[in-house]
Structures are given as structure tokens and as C-alpha cells.
Design a protein around this ligand. Sequence first.
Ligand code: CUA
Length: 174
Amino acid sequence: MSLAPPERIWWKPVGKQEKLWVTISLVWCIFMFVAMVGWYFVGATNVPTRARRVTPAEFAATTEAFVQQYQTGEENGIPVVSPPPGDIYMLGRQWQWYPILELEQGETYRLHLSSVDIQHGWSLQPLNLNFQILPGSDYILTFTPTTAGEFRLLCNEYCGIGHHLMTGKLVVKE
Ligand code: CUA
């Protein structure tokens, strides 16, 4: 005597309701996929980015020259820089964002971002703009600040023992 196998049902036609839900799910998946790509072009939340190759030493030298040219102050040993609209520079390293940028509301800047050691996470708060910063790549973000105030920078990629101390600042003046 043997046990009777359970009724085999998987080749029976799929029920109407199941077909309907599979179709809805598929259409939704396609919609989400298209929306994800499309949002880059129509969403107001994306900062246009470009990137180019740069050596860490080269980027550090460019940033240093930029600081020398436009430094207007200092805060906790970090230079405060007030540049004219156009190309501006900030670098990440263990464990600081350098320098502090002081920008003007309504002006357009091309922010060059890079790391001179290891990977860091550039995180602008409370706007919650996040960019991965890697040595060897100069990320160029074109943006126009629309809100005046003090914005804090955090590092949101673990980068060693001082990761939690890696904070910075970006000031937008009216
Ligand atoms: Cu830099 Cu974490």
C-alpha cells in the first residue's frame, strides 16, 4: 500500500484573478522602472553631475590653491572660503571636509568634490543630498542655492576611527 500523491494542479489553467494580479504587478514593475529613470530628467531633486579623472595629489593642490585665493576666515582650524560663482572645490579626507564654503543665494556654482585618501560619503543636511566620494574621481555638481542658511555636512560612509567626527559646513548667504 502506498500513500496517494496529492492532486497535481500546476498545469491547470491559471485563475482569472491570479492572471489579473500578475498583470497588474508586471505593469507596475515596468512603470516603476521607467519612473526611476525618468525622474532623473524631470525630478527637481537631482543635482546634475559630471565626473572626470583626477589624481588625489592633483585635486589636493587645486583645492589648496582655491583656498589660498578666496579664504576669508577660519573656524576650528578649517579655512572659510567665499568664492565667486563658478568652480568651487571641497575635498574629503580622514576626517574632515575641507574647506568651509560660503556661497551666495541665487548664484550658480560648479562644486568639485573628491577624496584624497579613501571613500567618504558627502551628506548635506538637512537637505539630505548624498554623494559617494572616491579618490581618483572629481565629481562636478552644478547647483544654485535657493535657501540661505547653514548646512551641515556629515560623512555617511564608514571611513575609520574618526568617521563620526568627520563633519563640515556649507553656508549660504542671502
Ligand atoms: Cu569619511 Cu566616514
